[in-house]
Design a binder for this molecule. Structure first.
Ligand code: DX5
Ligand code: ZN
Length: 219
């Protein structure tokens, strides 16, 4: 299956967010990745449900909402009602992970789980049957433009192996430092969706940037 590309609007020009989203949609993006940060779970503050609500009519692409926040249960309903198609929560922020995933699904939204680079894949093994998406961070979340952490790569393969063993069909998404040079190892290891912020929005021709990542091959 063709690799899906999810441009992260974190690296876009927020003064013209609607146009930026239309630009990557026209350029062949598959999802719009929305990075929500609360200044507690990560050392940065970004956007809330208001912005998700504002961009919802701008695109027909799925809004892939990555919650980097503490106590996500408190905000899931607001993001679902604002128009999120996928809501992904950090295992590290969810002491009652099954309950949180069920809460996401109760609003008719796809549920994802994400782990930081230093969090072992085993911590999400118990919920693999319950998710539509597994997101593996290849940077410590909080900022765009950081370097890909290579030591996460075996986790991609591990999660892909579990998916096959258990005949599951969730997507595997990679987030952080994805660009032409780092995409091939992710794809080869079993990733289906690649998030990219800087590698897309910092390029003049977003369509070309998307295709470069999608069709990148090992050097
Ligand atoms: C990191 C965010 C990422 C980030 C990726 O905290 O979750 O989605 O925007 O940006 P790049 O592609 O620039 O590493
Ligand atoms: Zn993200």
């Amino acid at each position: 299956m063709m690799t899906k590309i999810a441009p992260s609007i974190l690296a876009s020009d927020f003064s013209k967010l609607g146009e930026e989203i239309k630009d990557v949609e026209q350029g062949g993006a598959d999802y719009i990745h929305v990075d929500v940060m609360d200044g507690h779970f990560v050392p940065n503050i970004t956007i809330g449900p208001l912005i998700v609500d504002a961009i919802r009519p701008v695109t027909s692409l799925p809004l892939d909402v990555h919650l980097m926040i503490e106590n996500p249960d408190q905000y899931i309903e607001a993001f679902a009602k604002a128009g999120a198609d996928i809501i992904t929560v950090h295992q590290e922020a969810c002491p009652h992970l099954h309950r949180t995933l069920q809460l996401i699904k109760s609003f008719g939204v796809k549920a994802g789980v994400v782990i930081n680079p230093a969090t072992p894949a085993e911590t999400i093994k118990p919920v693999l049957q319950d998710v539509d998406l597994v997101l593996l961070m290849t940077v410590n979340p909080g900022f765009g433009g950081q370097s890909f952490i290579e030591s996460v790569v075996p986790k991609i393969q591990q999660v892909a192996d579990w998916r096959e063993e258990q005949s599951l069909s969730f997507e595997i998404e990679i987030d952080g430092g994805v660009k032409e040079e780092t995409a091939p190892i992710c794809i080869e290891s079993g990733a289906d969706v690649l998030v990219a912020g800087s590698a897309i929005f910092k390029e003049e021709d977003r369509g070309q940037a998307i295709e470069v990542i999608r069709h990148s091959v090992k050097a």
